[in-house]
Write a protein that binds this ligand. Structure first.
Ligand code: SAM
Length: 238
């Protein structure tokens, strides 16, 4: 039987009791029609998960599940793209195990987000990431940043290998992976590509130019391919 999983953030978990919010309660009682006593797996989005029992209003937590082995740390900075491409990148990137997703406003991004729309969009992507985590069995949910500038997207911890993917240029991805790196930041451009100024900004921030092969991929294909390849090369898709 498929395990029922529910995301309950840490602030709604106290001791051995998790208190789902109203939409989650509706999902358990109204949509799934769970009877009291039904088993549910609860995860907090921060890496912990429990076997729990639904009592009609709350979830009684049992033993905490052992934390999964730490995976690779891969951050993806993707330029804002038209339509539902961002939704798709966030969903697939979560399934692939990305740790952090940073949307940024490219000079050639067709989409322009005002600050209030940017926060709204981040909340939408957080929900998509939480749902993808629930569905794929992750106990953590990747952070999704509020869409911002390229400069902000280039901020990463010391030692991270920073890569900028640019069609028609750069070293093969396998040659820029370092086993000792604490993590990776992959920067991918919008549909219209990166401007020279953006490539220079990435290089000045320590990025290496990296290639995804001889074909020009759509922005969303490039984002998900970079995520999958880095996860694989860093040993997380074995
Ligand atoms: N005409 C644009 C150009 O030449 O940059 C094409 C942009 S492509 C549709 C969108 C983004 O996907 C690019 O900015 C780049 O980040 C990434 N990309 C696509 N194909 C790639 C490849 N073969 N190698 C590296 N990055 C690629």
């Amino acid at each position: 039987m498929t395990r029922r999983r529910l995301h309950v953030p840490p602030e709604r978990i106290e001791g051995a009791v998790a208190r789902p919010d109203a939409p989650s309660l509706h999902y358990l009682a109204g949509v799934l029609r769970l009877a009291p006593g039904a088993p549910v797996e609860v995860f907090d989005g921060a890496g912990s998960a429990w076997d729990a029992t639904f009592d009609g209003e709350t979830l009684r937590l049992g033993e905490r599940r052992p934390a999964p082995l730490p995976g690779a740390t891969v951050w993806l900075a993707f330029a804002l793209a038209r339509g539902e491409k961002g939704d798709w990148i966030v969903q697939k990137g979560t399934e692939l195990g990305l740790s952090r997703i940073v949307p940024w406003q490219g000079e050639r991004s067709v989409v322009r987000l005002e600050p209030d729309r940017a926060s709204e969009r981040a909340r939408r992507w957080e929900r998509i990431a939480a749902e993808a985590a629930r569905q794929c069995g992750r106990s953590d949910v990747p952070e999704v940043a509020v869409p911002g500038t390229l400069a902000a997207a280039l901020t990463a911890p010391p030692g991270f290998v920073r890569l900028v993917f640019h069609a028609g240029a750069g070293a093969p991805i396998a040659s820029v992976v370092s086993p000792a790196a604490p993590g990776y930041l992959a920067v991918v451009g919008p549909e219209g590509g990166l401007t020279d100024r953006e490539v220079d900004a990435c290089l000045s921030a320590g990025c290496a130019l990296a290639s995804l092969g001889p074909r020009v991929l759509r922005a969303e294909t490039a984002a998900v391919t970079a995520a999958a390849l880095l996860q694989f090369l860093a040993g997380d898709l074995a």
